[in-house]
Design a protein around this ligand. Sequence first.
Ligand SMILES: C[S@@+](CC[C@H](N)C(=O)[O-])C[C@H]1O[C@@H](n2cnc3c(N)ncnc32)[C@H](O)[C@@H]1O
Ligand code: SF4
Length: 395
Amino acid sequence: MTPAKQSSLAANPALALYVHWPFCLSKCPYCDFNSHVAKTIDHGRWADALQQDLRHHAIWAGKEGQPLSSVFFGGGTPSLMAPETMAAIIDTLRAIFPSSPDIEITMEANPTSVEADRLEAFRDAGANRLSMGIQSLNDAALAYLGREHSATEARAALAKAQAIFPRVSADFIYARSHQRVEDWEDELEAILDLGLEHLSLYQLTLEPGTAFYSRYQRGLLDVPDADEGRRFYDLTQEKTDAGGCPAYEISNHAKPGQESRHNLIYWQSHDWLGIGPGAYGRFWRGGQRIESRNRRDPGAWLDDVMTHGHAIDQITEEQPEDFAQEALMMGLRLHQGVDLDRIIRIAGPIDAWGDARALDQMVDGGLLHRDGMTIKLTPDGRPLLNTILARLLAD
Ligand SMILES: C[S@@+](CC[C@H](N)C(=O)[O-])C[C@H]1O[C@@H](n2cnc3c(N)ncnc32)[C@H](O)[C@@H]1O
Ligand code: SF4
């Protein structure tokens, strides 16, 4: 099979940039992100390296001068960056991608008071959307999640963020140990009362390699089973629909027009560049879809960028079936569904990369909805995304 080729109809995808800041004040016991606690950080060196990584990726991917739709500073905890570092990166990207006037620039932040005190400086550096990791409005749950902030501190940081940034989102984790559906119902009502235009509501996942995972394996941590998880999920959909902040993706909710432009680029399989340790990007270059990955270890990444000008350690030329898989895995998460036409134009007829019969069966069985060339998960299908993908992509 030849590598995935872009047809003219799939041309001009939107372009985004992800910037990874890998440091945190402490490591949360549930988290398997590329996040580390460092004794000292040479902020000047990190600023230089991130700008160098950006210049390298833009030239190497052939994206210089294109309009950039969005930038996302993720982590780790980007609110621990020096605001000057963020300002320097934003200045550099504005020089590389000059025709991006209404660009969305999101940063993740933790709600400790130290970080809240610096929010204005980040807004002045150019960030115009903030995503705050609150996780819970309950102090006992925050302690269980190993967080460095109280619920009162989180509310204060959020109020400050809402006064400073035009768009604010918050992350919460539910279906936690000892949490009952009724407890979550009360907490969710309080969350909806915060008046945010965007919410990321995640069910707790036990990720291999985390402290929670080993506690679970030793029988020291209990989480809701699949049926209980479904009750949590259904309640979440009901309450957020009624509260005017419905889901547009499995875990993401927004008031109309407030969807995260950045995440939509991932879920719609457009183009993005990833800079910083462990960041990955996917983009079309000269008719070929590429996936690139940077070295994950922060120290090794920094040394490589400063010595060799980049720290890309893996480059994959995607095959057509890889693109079909990516487009379905990401796109079926969205309530608006996936455009089969685009996949077929790039990857060929369904039976070249998947199972057309299984697709029809799942439509008949009420797991998928098909409207012309758009397919989407039905409410019954939404909790079963992985099973559906396995059937759809089997050949
Ligand atoms: C990169 S992290 C967080 C950014 C920021 N450092 C913070 O902690 O607020 C993005 C989000 O992923 C979610 N998350 C991380 N690990 C999770 C897990 N095991 N289960 C569910 N959600 C998780 C949390 O809601 C978190 O805010
Ligand atoms: S959840 Fe956030 S603060 Fe906690 S370790 Fe992960 S990235 Fe760091």
